[in-house]
Design a protein around this ligand. Structure first.
Ligand SMILES: C[S@@+](CC[C@H](N)C(=O)[O-])C[C@H]1O[C@@H](n2cnc3c(N)ncnc32)[C@H](O)[C@@H]1O
Length: 279
C-alpha cells in the first residue's frame, strides 16, 4: 500500500528499494529507509501519514536492536514528534514508549498461542517481560498469577500503567524490576510455566529458568537459529543436551517457527517439559 502511494512521487527504482512492510504501533509508524532514499524521507513520511489510518508520527530505524534492554535508535521523520503511544492487541491496551523499551507487534500470534496453553491457577514467570505484553494477554484470558520481570525500569513502569488500563483481567500480573537470573534463583521450584522471550541470550538463562520450575512445568524457550539448523531433525534436542542441568530433565514437546528475523535466520520457540528428580 505504501509502494502504491509512492508511485508517481518516487521513481520505480526508488520505490523498489523500500520494504513494503513496516510496523504500526498505536499512532506511530516505524520503518526502514535505505540510505539511497535519505533525501526522500519527508516524502515517504508524508505518504504514510496520509495513507495509513490513525498514524500521527513516522519514525525510521536508525540502528539495529542492541544493548541489554534490546532497544534501537529511532529518527523522527514526519508528523508529530512523539515516542509514546497506546497499542491494542488481543483485546488489551498497552502503553509503549518505542524509544525506551523493546516492543514488537510481530509477536502477536505467538502471544495468543501461549495464552491459549495456560491452565487456570497456574503460576507463571515471564523472565524478560518488557512492557508485559505476554503477561497481560495471559491474565486477560486465564485466572492465574504472572510474575513479570524486566531489568528495564521504564518497561516495568509502562507495564504498571497498562495493568491499570486493563480493568477486566482474570489473572493477576506482578511487575518486578530485576535481573531474571537472580529472581529465578531466589524462587526455586515455584512456577508451572516460564517464558524466556530473550532469544539472543536464551542459553545463558536456561539453567536458572529450569531452577525456577516445579516438577512438570513448561518452559517456552525462544532462540534465533539459522534456517538450516531449524529444519534439521533433532537439532534442538541435541542443542539442549549440551546443558547439564543438575536434578532435572528437559524434554522438547514442540519446536516451531515464530518469525523470520534475517536472511535465512529465524526466531523459533521450543516448548520444554521439565521433570525434576530432586528439590
Ligand atoms: C525481546 S525483549 C522482550 C519483549 C517482551 N517479551 C514483549 O513481548 O514485548 C527482552 C527484554 O529482556 C529484558 N532483559 C534483558 N536482560 C535481562 C535480565 N538479565 N533480566 C531481566 N530482564 C532482562 C530487556 O530489558 C527487554 O525488555
Amino acid at each position: 500500500m505504501l509502494k502504491e502511494a509512492l508511485k508517481g512521487v518516487l521513481s520505480a527504482t526508488e520505490v523498489s528499494l523500500l520494504s513494503s512492510s513496516f510496523d504500526v504501533i498505536g499512532s506511530i509508524a516505524i520503518l526502514k529507509i535505505p540510505d539511497e532514499l535519505k533525501d526522500k524521507e519527508d516524502i515517504i513520511g508524508d505518504a504514510i501519514l496520509s495513507h495509513v489510518k490513525n498514524v500521527k508520527t513516522v519514525l525510521k530505524q536508525a540502528s539495529e536492536v542492541g544493548g541489554e534492554f534490546r532497544t534501537r535508535e529511532l529518527k523522527f521523520v514526519a508528523g508529530i514528534e512523539n515516542y509514546e503511544t497506546i497499542y491494542k492487541e488481543s483485546g488489551c491496551l498497552f502503553k509503549v514508549n518505542v524509544r525506551e523499551v523493546y516492543f514488537s507487534p510481530r509477536l502477536s500470534t505467538e502471544r495468543e498461542r501461549i495464552a491459549g496453553l495456560v491452565h487456570e491457577d497456574e503460576r507463571i514467570l515471564n523472565m524478560f517481560a518488557g512492557i508485559g505484553t505476554f503477561s497481560i494477554i495471559i491474565a486477560k484470558q486465564k485466572r492465574c498469577v504472572v510474575v513479570s520481570v524486566d531489568k528495564n525500569a521504564v518497561a516495568i513502569e509502562l507495564a504498571k500503567d497498562s495493568i491499570k488500563m486493563n480493568k477486566k483481567l482474570l489473572g493477576e500480573v506482578t511487575p518486578i524490576i530485576g535481573d531474571a537470573s537472580e529472581y529465578s534463583s531466589e524462587h526455586r521450584s515455584s512456577f508451572d510455566r516460564v517464558l524466556m522471550p530473550l532469544p539472543e541470550r536464551a542459553d545463558e538463562f536456561l539453567p536458572c529458568a529450569v531452577e525456577s520450575c516445579k516438577d512438570g512445568a513448561m518452559i517456552h524457550y525462544y532462540i534465533h537459529v539459522p534456517e538450516e539448523d531449524f529444519h534439521q531433525k533433532g537439532w534442538i534436542s541435541a542443542h539442549l543436551d549440551q546443558f547439564e542441568i543438575k536434578g532435572s530433565k528437559v524434554e522438547v514437546k514442540n519446536w516451531k517457527k515464530v518469525r523470520e528475523v534475517g536472511p535465512r535466520y529465524i526466531q523459533a520457540v521450543a516448548d520444554l517439559k521439565v521433570s525434576k528428580f530432586e528439590g
